[in-house]
Ligand binder design. Sequence first.
Ligand SMILES: NC(=O)c1ccc[n+]([C@@H]2O[C@H](COP(=O)([O-])OP(=O)(O)OC[C@H]3O[C@@H](n4cnc5c(N)ncnc54)[C@H](OP(=O)(O)O)[C@@H]3O)[C@@H](O)[C@H]2O)c1
Length: 230
Amino acid sequence: MTSQRIAIYGGNGFIGSNIAEHLSQQELCILCLSRTGHKPMHLRDQRWSERVRWCQGDANDPDVKLLSSADTLVCSIGSPPLPTFSSNAYNAQVHSNGTVNVNAIRAAGEAGIKRLVLVSAKIPKFMQRDSFGYAKGKRLSEEAAQEFSELSDQHQVLILRPNMVYGTRHTATGKAIRLGLIFGPLSKIFSSQFNAVEKLAARVGDFISKPEGYSQSCSVLEGKEIYLKD
Ligand SMILES: NC(=O)c1ccc[n+]([C@@H]2O[C@H](COP(=O)([O-])OP(=O)(O)OC[C@H]3O[C@@H](n4cnc5c(N)ncnc54)[C@H](OP(=O)(O)O)[C@@H]3O)[C@@H](O)[C@H]2O)c1
């Protein structure tokens, strides 16, 4: 049996690279796509990262031919939920959290991919409005994911809406920022406010290896629901 092929847009980012690391332990073929195409500096000596292909691929202008070699697409692209004080900044937020994912998801449909994971975000109710560029972007990308799930009976989607995600982030030069030192203990007190990146990655692995466990064509998990039961 050939191994499943997984393409990850944003695969060199904080969440995307943790998903890639988790999936690399499941004997899957993994393609990490980003605009630069670079493998992050801090992964230079990590053996698992040698089993992954790191390629250039801008989700703004997705390469349908490249995507057609994948069985599953993971979209982990977006910008932080910052307030915007100009129409340019607002449009940029909608673009990076919405349009870019919409383009990638539609291209995945054209490419014949049947399974999609979208890393979205949990947004408090009072901020779920289109005047907040981040929220509008996430809404547009989730709508595209929902449409993808309706393409056929075989199409299946997992939308993850984490809260603030903690773990070890890295700067472009490879310097580690250990968010877990602060947010790990805090998450024990305010458990609904934080998600551990490793547990989010484990959920993606579960969806890919046991899709039959997800009865809906479009499953949405947010906050602590993302964690697998022990
Ligand atoms: N981190 C959190 O606490 C958190 C919480 C809730 C939700 N989320 C969501 O999770 C997703 C990922 O977040 P993250 O923290 O992992 O972000 P990140 O570290 O900034 O990673 C995103 C990656 O996407 C790549 N990228 C950006 N635009 C692209 C494009 N047009 N085509 C291909 N690749 C592109 C970037 O690499 P290049 O520059 O090389 O292209 C970057 O490495 C986002 O949607 C975010 O809103 C994050």
